[in-house]
Design a binder for this molecule. Structure first.
Ligand code: SF4
Length: 393
């Protein structure tokens, strides 16, 4: 069965939120008291999924060229369509077609299914999701997921969303084929990232039975212990969740040693806590402003006031006409026309043309030094002091 992108319903225990409710089982019940919101990024992602489906169906001969043209023309009129999106989607489609052709080499009867509803309710109450692409060939089943965001690369390794899709695929089609391996792949065309996890089908089922099922039952019943962590970022209760507040205030408490100044070790420790504290503080501020502005909530000691603003022209054409009339020449009152910035240019002309025409004209200046944790993959820079010491040596 195929599912439309815009109407991809969200189950209470959704695959995309599984990292959260598996780590903090009562969050699913707590979240249900908050409205589900959508964002421009989510809608842009939906548009990219729709466009990729149109192209995949055509390239896989599931629709004829007349229907493809009609659907494509309609997609091109969409709010989020751009030459840049077209390029990224074509990149994703090429990767999927590569996987399909590899599968066909293994088995000429390889099955390719698009937009399949994957039901994993055998492990998670009412659990289902949508697999963008499902390829079944020989003893291997591959689930491919397009992620159109350009935030951070998402790994398919140990990824609970992909594993739940894998379980759903196995449950839905496993009885037709002798599946030994489930391959789960995430493609992020805007980050040039493709990540895959291969898991023996038996191990995936054991993960579902031993780890997911008991936790999903607890989550559905609103039971278990609250547990804060990175997964709080996407929780609808994140701004006012007591557990998250307690954890962050605990983080902020610091057992300082004697002395008027912090030691290097102490500064290092505090650095490790700042990002999480900052995110939590921003969530609280955003939530409080939203409540005060939209729902009239008053917080003791705080009031809603008008923010600072800068002067703007009410009618730019009238301003220009008045200045010319007043005897000023255009060179004096108009700024010269400027090139678009790099991101806007890439969006305007498309990634392919951008690379074709401008690749030799784009440079990447050396970035300003920044502090990162030791796990960060970038090589360590030598500081001015250690460079001087090296020189003296
Ligand atoms: S904010 Fe974090 S700790 Fe609180 S319910 Fe959500 S996931 Fe659990």
């Amino acid at each position: 069965m195929t599912a439309s992108h815009a109407s991809r319903a969200h189950a209470k225990l959704s695959a995309s939120g599984s990292k959260r409710w598996l780590s903090c089982t009562p969050s699913a019940e707590l979240e249900s008291h908050f409205e589900e919101t959508t964002s421009d990024f989510a809608e842009e992602g939906t548009a990219a999924h729709e466009l990729s489906e149109i192209w995949l169906k055509f390239r896989l001969s599931q629709i004829k060229s007349g229907e493809h043209k009609k659907l494509w023309e309609k997609a091109k009129k969409g709010k989020y369509y751009s030459p840049e999106m077209e390029d990224y989607v074509q990149g994703y489609v090429a990767i999927v077609l590569e996987r399909v052709s590899e599968a066909r080499k293994r088995s000429k009867d390889a099955a390719v299914l698009l937009e399949q509803r994957l039901d994993f309710s055998a492990w998670v109450p009412d659990g289902f999701g949508t697999g963008d692409v499902l390829i079944i060939a020989d003893d291997t089943m591959e689930v491919i997921d397009l992620k159109y965001g350009k935030g951070v690369p998402v790994s398919a390794e140990d990824n609970s969303q992909m594993r739940l899709y894998g379980l759903g695929a196995l449950d839905g089609y496993g009885y037709l084929y002798d599946i030994q391996t489930v391959r789960m792949t995430i493609v992020q065309p805007r980050l040039d990232s493709v990540s895959t996890e291969d898991l023996p089908a038996a191990d995936l089922v054991a993960w579902g039975d031993d780890y997911v099922k008991p936790r999903a039952d607890m989550a559905a019943a609103g039971e278990g212990e609250f547990a804060a962590g990175d997964h709080c970022r996407f929780c609808r209760a994140r701004s006012t969740c007591r557990k998250r507040a307690e954890e962050n205030l605990e983080l902020a408490k610091y057992d300082f040693r004697e002395g008027s100044l912090l030691s290097t070790d102490e500064v290092g420790d505090v650095l490790g806590r700042i990002d999480q504290l900052q995110k939590w503080a921003e969530d609280i501020k955003k939530h409080a402003l939203d409540q005060a502005e939209k729902h009239g909530v008053r917080y003791p000691g705080w009031k809603l006031v008008e923010g600072r603003s800068n002067r703007i022209y009410s009618d730019r054409d009238a301003v220009q006409a008045a200045l010319i009339e007043g005897g000023f020449v255009e060179d004096k009152i108009l700024t010269p026309r400027e090139l678009l910035g790099i991101t806007a240019m890439e969006k305007a002309v498309g990634k392919k043309k951008f690379e074709e025409l401008l690749s030799d004209l784009i440079i990447k200046p050396v970035g300003k030094p920044t502090l990162a944790t030791e796990k960060d993959p970038r090589p360590e820079l030598s500081s001015a002091a250690s460079a001087a010491a090296d020189f003296n040596d």
